[in-house]
Design a protein around this ligand. Sequence first.
Ligand SMILES: NC(=O)c1ccc[n+]([C@@H]2O[C@H](COP(=O)([O-])OP(=O)(O)OC[C@H]3O[C@@H](n4cnc5c(N)ncnc54)[C@H](OP(=O)(O)O)[C@@H]3O)[C@@H](O)[C@H]2O)c1
Length: 317
Amino acid sequence: MNIFIAGGSGAIGRQLVPMLVQAGHRVVAMTRSQEGAVLLDAMGALPVVGNVFDKEGLARMVEQAKPDIVIHQLTAFGAKDADPLAETIRVRTEGTRNLIAAAEKSTASRFITQSISFICTPVKSGLTDESTPLYLDAPLAIQPLAHAVAEMETRTVHCNGLEGIVLRYGWFYGPGTNYDPSDAIPLAIKKGRMPIVGGGDGIYSFVHVHDAAVATMKALTHGEPGIYNIVDDAPAKLSEWLPFVANLLDAPAPAHMDEALAREKLGDMLVYIFNEQSGASNLKAKKALSWAPAPSSWRAGFKSLYASVDAKPAPNK
Ligand SMILES: NC(=O)c1ccc[n+]([C@@H]2O[C@H](COP(=O)([O-])OP(=O)(O)OC[C@H]3O[C@@H](n4cnc5c(N)ncnc54)[C@H](OP(=O)(O)O)[C@@H]3O)[C@@H](O)[C@H]2O)c1
């Protein structure tokens, strides 16, 4: 198939593009930079340089690619010259509008969008599923993200003449993510700067970034238009996974922080993530996309990710 991917140089894109190429697809991949183009070329894609905010230029690029499928893997959490959250919100609203408009005018018949599983209204017990409402009435610090996700998902599912598929990935971990051994989260854990807030009751649904790419491959040909949670089988509270990972990293046991203090020092967004979010069910994706998470649990995934760290001399283990 002919595939146009926006975001092929990002954390998931770097896993997905080689898989697409390996499977024999012709992959046209957009990046904003020459460095990105070199990376995409090395992965076997045909790079095009452009910006999702350039509506006309984008439409020309998508049209020229003659795609069967357009894949939206855009975020801007790695932005260095802009606020990452604000820029990601812009990418998910204005960027999504532009990319869908381009796809609708092109030869494409399917549009696949990256979303997140962890912005649903928290449930009192159990897991969220694809029918759980997004957290639109969240505290003010969280609302703009929830509303941007809602707009992006609604536009995807209702795009004209295209099958719109939304993949709500869980928390990415693995190489090239912020859980990479040399990246921000392990470094914060090693420095004792990632506390258990309140009871640490925020339930994380993780997904290995390679596995998220495998699920995306399935979504090329499987699944009715709609929303799918792409998460592992083992939702876990912060109070469960953080000490486990700290141990793997030979880091100090995580400190505890009172919720009120955390609201003041870390803000409502992090209190939501650390102490309030619900985990997500993957039953729908397993059935409709014929996908099963591997590793099925973050425990095995983190053990393997931090194996080299684990192998260091560790007198306390
Ligand atoms: N579910 C999750 O947990 C989740 C989801 C997303 C990200 N993250 C984390 O966030 C961190 C950063 O993510 P990332 O490495 O994927 O980088 P990123 O900064 O989020 O960028 C992702 C992709 O979007 C593209 N992009 C961004 N703005 C664009 C624009 N205006 N026009 C065209 N393309 C644009 C980038 O292309 P170029 O830079 O090549 O132009 C890149 O390919 C990672 O640690 C990742 O794990 C987590």
